[in-house]
Each structure stands twice: as structure tokens, then as C-alpha cells.
Design a protein around this ligand. Structure first.
Ligand code: FAD
Length: 440
């Protein structure tokens, strides 16, 4: 991409808004500015929007990848003032109003950063190299391939220890991602492993959920945390509190007290940090790992740079002095308000106020927790609410239909057929284990 590249909207006499990132916030901005007096260029390193809250269902083979993704070109196809380029943004030169991408430079009048977060390994390069992550569809597919490969490999092993290591899954981080993933893995043990890998003793599959704190789902009420813990323990998940991972080598994970656990699979769900660009470091809050923004989502200290969604830290909303929670509704609401403000005259703009609609997490079939203000709910009603809200939030009718059909089929029959190893996951460290020769 270069300054010279012609965009389809070039003949329109409007200011250029460059949006980096088509997640919940970026896509909401783009949709809000459709047909409005701005030329909008969406840049994303992926060609699709990803519905991250259901990534763990792709990782555990409950949903196919295309059920939770939607191509940007489909979303913007009918809108003349919006253009998309698939490219990675590497830096920003705010003094020149320029964004530097893998494919060249792009000029903007207004820049909107909606890049969300990336996994935070807290500087532990060993863990970063070895652990699996769950932020993108390709990472979810890696997890799916990995556990299916582990089942297949365990079958061929003739030593008990090697089998146990293969079937030992460690999930680090007791937030919603870790809890939902642990619950889904526990269901895999009682369904897939038990019925489809009959030669394996399903009791050998262990799921450990590790957290450095003293309760699960820290952003939820204590009641919901306790309920989630009970659900997981009833499903046979080993939950360990006050434990910190300090290292791993592909065969075992090491904890802060020096103890170790044999495992080939560690999934890291213990933290995130905002995506910050060289050129804008001075506006980034190093502890919060997000851009400091004012009540209008403008990056404080800049003239025409905005940040929305997970990457934005707004402390001026009096009900949220430490910033808004990094969740999809906050990202979408901020984006909607930013669009409204961009369409208003400067004196008429309104600061953002977050309306918290509550939090929910699902742990398994008919097991979910829901917090709305001081109201807490668990069990089948919360679980049905979780299904409904996620279905309604998916982009695209086809996705809603596909997910509804997949879930209905899965929950009625437990017969889900998307357990395919299409792109095998290749570990950074290759494990060498003794094999039982395959019978000819
Ligand atoms: C596994 C998981 C489960 C979750 N569950 C829930 C849940 O149940 N409920 C809930 O409300 N929230 C949940 N969240 C959080 C929610 O997904 C985020 O709050 C939300 O995605 C934030 O939206 P965003 O637009 O700020 O960023 P994102 O949705 O992360 O979008 C960022 C976009 O920026 C693009 N991008 C990043 N860097 C670059 C670059 N350098 N160049 C170009 N493009 C770039 C990315 O490709 C991506 O498309 C979950 C998150 C995860 C990972």
C-alpha cells in the first residue's frame, strides 16, 4: 500500500478515517460510519471478524471455525464509503498523520485504534515459546489439533507415564476463558474420550486449572465464583489456587515453589495486554497496558487519534475509575458513542458512560453463572441466557443458524463430527516417546 494507491472512495469529498482492527469495537465504528460523510479505511491483519467469546468452542471441537468468523469484505461490500485492506499495522507517525503497514504508508485525518489485546506472558519467554494461546481462530484450531493428536498419540504409547503426560492438560488462568475451556475439556473426557477412544482409560485424562489468586472469575460476584468452582470440581477438574507458573520445557511445567508437573499441553489464559504501536508509546499506560483516553475516546495528548475497546483506558467514567472491563459490550458501546460524536458538532459531543449489562460464563451443559448487579443466577436458566445472548451477538445470519444447528445437534445427540485434524499442530519441542508398534 502506498500514498499513491487509489481507493474506491477517493472521489468523495470527505475526511479519511483509518480504523485499525475489525474486532467488536472497530467493526462497530465501521458499520456506524457506513453512508456517513467520512471515507473509512479498515485495516486488519486478518480478513475476518472473530467472535472471541466462542473461541473455546472451536478449540474443543464444538463449533467449526467459520461459525464464529465473518469476512470483512462481506460486511462492507454494499457500502461505497468503506474500504478494507488486509495488512498488519506496524507503527504510527502522528506528526505526519501516517500509519505504517506491512504494505506501505496510509494517510489519515482521524485515526481510530481498535486493536484489542494480545496474550500477556509477563516477560516469561520460556512460557511464551511453549504455551498455547486462545486469541485467534488459528490458535483455537491449534488447541483442537493438539488435544486430538494427544489422544491418538496416547493410544500408541506403551508406557503409563508417557500416556498420563499426554493426557494431562494444564490451563493457566481462572478467568472466563480458563473456566470455560476447563469445563469444555472435562466434557470431552466424559463424551469423546470415553466413547471414541475406548482402548484408553478416560480417567487418565486430567485437567488442571491453575490460578495465582484465591478464587475463579475474579470479575464476578463471590457467589458466582463459588458456584463455578463447584461445577468444575463436580466435573472432575483439578483447580489449584495460589500457584504461579515460572517455566516449562514441553514435557513439564514448573511452579513458583520449584515443584513440577508432567504435561505436554499448557494453555495460557492468564492475562492480556493492549496492542501498542511504536510512535505512540508516550500515550500508553505501561501498567494498565492500554492507551490513556479522555471521555470521548480521544488518546490524551493527541489531536486526532482515538482508541476504543480493550486497548483504551478511560478513567473519567466515574463509575469505572480503573477503566472499563475488557469485554465485548464495553468495546461496542464505546465505538457506538465515538461514532455518534464524530457525527456531531464539537460543542454537542457527549462523554461516554458504560452501561453494564452483567457478566456470564458457561461451565458445561446446563451449567452457567450470571451476574446482573446484585442479582446472581446459575444452572439451566443462566445457561439458556448464555446461549441466547451469544447467538444474537454473532455477526451474520448464516453464523447464527450454523451455531444454533451445531449446538442443538451436539446437545441432543453428543454426536459432533468436527473433530478433524486437518492442520496438525507442530510443537516447538518434539517429544520423543516409546511407541507400541502399530499392528500390520
Ligand atoms: C477466549 C476469549 C473469550 C472471551 N469471552 C468473552 C465473553 O464471554 N464475553 C465478553 O464480553 N468478552 C469476552 N472476551 C473479550 C472480548 O472478546 C473482547 O473484550 C473484545 O474482543 C474486545 O474488542 P476489541 O474490538 O477491542 O478487540 P478485538 O475484538 O480483539 O479486535 C482487535 C482486532 O484488531 C486486529 N489487529 C490487532 N493488531 C493489529 C495490527 N497490528 N494490525 C492490524 N490489525 C490488528 C485483530 O486482528 C482484531 O481483528 C473474550 C476474549 C477471549 C480472547
Amino acid at each position: 500500500m502506498s500514498h499513491q494507491e487509489k481507493f474506491e472512495y477517493d472521489n468523495l469529498p470527505f475526511p479519511v478515517v483509518v480504523v485499525i482492527g475489525g474486532g467488536f469495537a472497530g467493526l462497530e465504528v465501521v458499520r456506524g460510519l457506513a453512508g456517513k460523510p467520512y471515507k473509512v479505511l479498515l485495516l486488519d491483519k486478518q480478513n475476518h471478524h472473530c467472535f472471541q467469546p466462542l473461541l473455546y468452542q472451536v478449540a474443543t471441537a464444538s463449533l467449526s471455525a467459520d461459525s464464529i468468523a465473518h469476512p470483512f469484505r462481506r460486511t462492507i461490500a454494499p457500502v461505497p464509503n468503506i474500504t478494507f485492506r488486509m495488512t498488519c499495522v506496524n507503527s504510527v507517525r502522528p506528526a505526519d498523520n501516517v500509519v505504517v503497514t506491512d504494505d506501505g504508508e496510509v494517510k489519515y485525518d482521524h485515526l481510530i485504534i481498535a486493536t484489542g489485546t494480545t496474550t500477556n506472558f509477563f516477560g516469561n519467554s520460556e512460557v511464551e515459546e511453549q504455551a498455547m494461546q486462545l486469541k485467534t481462530i488459528s490458535q483455537a484450531l491449534d488447541i483442537r489439533s493438539d488435544f486430538l493428536q494427544d489422544f491418538e498419540a496416547a493410544l500408541k504409547l506403551n508406557d503409563e507415564e508417557g500416556q498420563r503426560r499426554r493426557l494431562n492438560f494444564v490451563i493457566v488462568g481462572g478467568g472466563p476463558t480458563g473456566v470455560e475451556l476447563a469445563g469444555a475439556m472435562a466434557e470431552i473426557r466424559t463424551t469423546v474420550l470415553k466413547h471414541e477412544y475406548r482402548e484408553l482409560d478416560s480417567d487418565k485424562m486430567m485437567i488442571h486449572l491453575i490460578d495465582s489468586g484465591d478464587r475463579l472469575l475474579r470479575s464476578f460476584s463471590e457467589k458466582s465464583s463459588a458456584k463455578a468452582l463447584t461445577y468444575l470440581q463436580d466435573m472432575g477438574v483439578h483447580v489449584n489456587f495460589g500457584v504461579r507458573v515460572t517455566g516449562m520445557d514441553g514435557d513439564r511445567v514448573t511452579f513458583m515453589d520449584g515443584s513440577t508437573m508432567e504435561t505436554n499441553t499448557v494453555i495460557w489464559a492468564a492475562g492480556v495486554r493492549g496492542v501498542c504501536f511504536p510512535g505512540l508509546e508516550e500515550f500508553f499506560h505501561p501498567q494498565a497496558n492500554r492507551y490513556n483516553v479522555d471521555g470521548f475516546n480521544k488518546v490524551i495528548g493527541t489531536a486526532n487519534v482515538y482508541a476504543v475497546g480493550d486497548v483504551a483506558l478511560m478513567t473519567s467514567d466515574t463509575a469505572w475509575p480503573n477503566g472499563h472491563p475488557q469485554v465485548a459490550p464495553a468495546a461496542k458501546q464505546q465505538a457506538k458513542q465515538l461514532v455518534r460524536n464524530l457525527l456531531r458538532r464539537p460543542g454537542e459531543r457527549m462523554p461516554f458512560r458504560y452501561k453494564d449489562g452483567g457478566s456470564m460464563a458457561t461451565i458445561g451443559r446446563y451449567k452457567a453463572v450470571l451476574d446482573v448487579g446484585t442479582f446472581h443466577l446459575g444452572g439451566p436458566i443462566a445457561w439458556s441466557g448464555w446461549i441466547f445472548i451469544h447467538l444474537m451477538s454473532l455477526v451474520g445470519f448464516r453464523n447464527r443458524f450454523a451455531v444454533l444447528f451445531n449446538w442443538a445437534w451436539k446437545y441432543m445427540s453428543w454426536k459432533n463430527t468436527i473433530r478433524l485434524i486437518i492442520r496438525p499442530y507442530v510443537r516447538t519441542t518434539t517429544v520423543t516417546e516409546p511407541h507400541t508398534p502399530v499392528a500390520s
